[in-house]
Every structure is written in structure tokens, then in C-alpha cells.
Design a protein. Structure first.
Length: 296
């Protein structure tokens, strides 16, 4: 992690790579070193980390993963393969790649991908499809039975996850009281009264902040469930990122972003700004926290 702080931040949003490469690159890099010099032991990548709850259920990666970091990973709902395929085909068609070729897709600009991403956007945060090869069974079944890669897990959330997912960040108008009522219904009409009693709208400065708290309660419940299941088989370490002073790489919203989803990445990857945000600097106190997080 210390080495990552020294890497250039000219392309701070480019962190996702091919899964197999992301598994093997750290170990290969550590073995080769920089130039003709082998890296010192303090910088050797002997235990590559993976991010998200699906990582521990991938059978092919057992030999490569010795620890897992699960950052904000609470989505374990399975997307049916046919559903995922249909969404992908719709995206490709809307983007103008009628032949469904990889060559056409590679030519798409970032702007085009963002413009036509709606068919797949609602599925990308869900647990990957159980295809029988990479993901062999639903997550809940894997964790309950202990049929997953048994490695130590660090798992946690930021304090205001849902800030990042509010429609306002995508250009929608600020959430209204009616919008809040509709949002509560997404958790099931049978739960509406209980949620509104636990998160009364008049307690908050805006409907957006009420919705963020509702979502956080749900995410915390899922995170605790996952930690309980995992801890039956492996060491589990929990955290919550609570620095609500973290700068937002998004434009100013009608509500305070506070400790939003991905906020902790600014402390781990200098210059991180998501896919389209503006680069933000940490102050002296925040840099101290950054050093603590990286050292840990």
C-alpha cells in the first residue's frame, strides 16, 4: 500500500483491470522489482487483496488470495445470467455496436459508455451471475456452508454510503417528500410504516438525508450478517469510515455528502476522483488519517 502512494496520479480513476491480471500482477511485480532492483521485503506484494463480497467465493483464486478487503460490499443479490445478458445486449445496441463485437466496444468513448449505460447500471452493484464456473452458487449459500476461500477478511462501510447513489448526483432534482415516500417503498410496502417510524422525515433537514439514513440502516444490517457468517470460518475485522469532513469530488449538492461511498479511497489513493469528478486535496489532519489507514 505504501508503494501505491508513490505512483503517479495522472489517471486516478483507472483502477479496475482484468481479474486474472489483478490477481497475478502484484506478485509478479514484487518478484521483478523496479528496473534491475528487487523490491525490499517491506514492499513485496506477498498477499494481494481483492475488493467486494464476491471475491471470497471464486474457486479459481484460492491459490492467489491470502487476504480479502471487502469495502462497502453489501450487495449479494444474484442477477440471473439471462437478465445480465439481456442488459448487456441492450447497452451494446444503444451504443451503436450492432455486430456485438469487442472491436466496436473498444472504440466507444467514456462519454458514450456513460450515455448508454442505463440498461446495465442497475445491475453492476449486484452480486455477479452464478455461471457455474467462476461463481458456482449464490453468495448466501456459500457463506452459510463455508464453501468459500477461507482467508482473513477486513470488511466495512463508510458512514453515509447512500450519498453517492442519490439521483441528484446524476442530474435529477433534489429528492422531495413524495420521493422519499416512494424510496421507502422500495424496501417493501410491508416495511413502510416501520421505516417511516424509525426515520421520520421531520427529523431531517431534507428528504435526501432521511433516505441516506434509511439506506445506511439496511447496509449495516447486511454487513453484520455477512460478518457473522464469515466469522464462523475465518478471522474477520470490521471498520466504519466516519470522517464526514472528507472533500467531495462531485459538485455541490443540496445535501452534504459527508462520508459518502468511495470517500475512503481519497485516503488510500492520492488524487482519486472517481470516473468524472475533480481531484481534491486532503488537509493536514486528513493526511494523518490517510497515513494510519495505509500503515494498517
Amino acid at each position: 500500500m505504501r508503494l501505491l502512494r508513490k505512483l503517479p496520479s495522472s489517471q486516478p480513476g483507472r483502477y479496475r483491470t482484468d481479474l486474472a491480471n489483478s490477481c497475478s500482477w502484484p506478485a509478479d511485480f514484487g518478484a521483478r522489482g523496479i528496473g534491475s532492483r528487487r523490491l525490499p521485503d517491506s514492499l513485496q506484494f506477498r498477499a494481494p487483496f481483492k475488493f467486494g463480497p464476491s471475491r471470497s467465493a471464486r474457486p479459481f483464486s484460492i491459490a492467489r488470495e491470502s487476504r480479502v478487503i471487502n469495502q462497502s460490499g453489501t450487495r449479494i443479490k444474484i442477477v440471473a445470467p439471462d437478465t445480465a445478458l439481456k442488459a448487456g445486449e441492450e447497452f451494446v445496441k444503444n451504443a451503436g455496436c450492432e455486430d456485438q463485437s469487442a472491436e466496436c466496444l473498444r472504440k466507444l468513448s467514456v462519454e458514450d459508455v456513460i450515455k448508454f449505460q442505463d440498461p446495465i447500471l442497475k445491475y453492476v452493484t449486484e452480486y455477479p451471475s452464478a455461471d457455474g464456473t467462476i461463481i458456482t452458487q449464490p453468495a448466501a449459500a456459500s457463506y452459510e456452508s463455508g464453501n468459500f476461500n477461507r482467508v482473513p477478511i477486513i470488511t466495512g462501510l463508510v458512514q453515509d454510503e447512500q450519498s453517492f447513489f442519490m439521483g441528484e448526483l446524476r442530474g435529477d432534482k433534489p429528492m422531495t417528500a413524495d420521493g422519499y415516500a416512494k424510496y421507502v417503498l422500495t424496501y417493501g410496502s410491508e416495511n413502510k410504516a416501520a421505516i417511516e417510524a424509525a426515520y421520520p422525515l421531520d427529523k431531517y433537514e431534507s428528504p435526501s438525508l432521511a433516505a441516506i439514513d434509511v439506506a445506511q440502516g439496511a447496509k449495516v444490517s447486511t454487513a453484520r450478517m455477512l460478518a457473522r457468517e464469515w466469522s464462523k470460518y475465518v478471522p474477520v475485522y470490521l471498520y466504519e469510515f466516519r470522517d464526514r469532513t472528507v472533500p467531495s469530488y462531485y459538485p455541490t449538492m443540496s445535501f452534504p455528502m459527508r462520508a459518502y461511498h468511495t470517500a475512503e479511497l481519497l485516503y488510500l489513493f492520492p488524487g482519486f476522483r472517481g470516473g468524472r469528478g475533480s481531484e481534491q486535496k486532503l488537509n493536514a489532519e486528513q493526511n494523518k488519517l490517510s497515513d494510519l489507514m495505509i500503515d494498517y
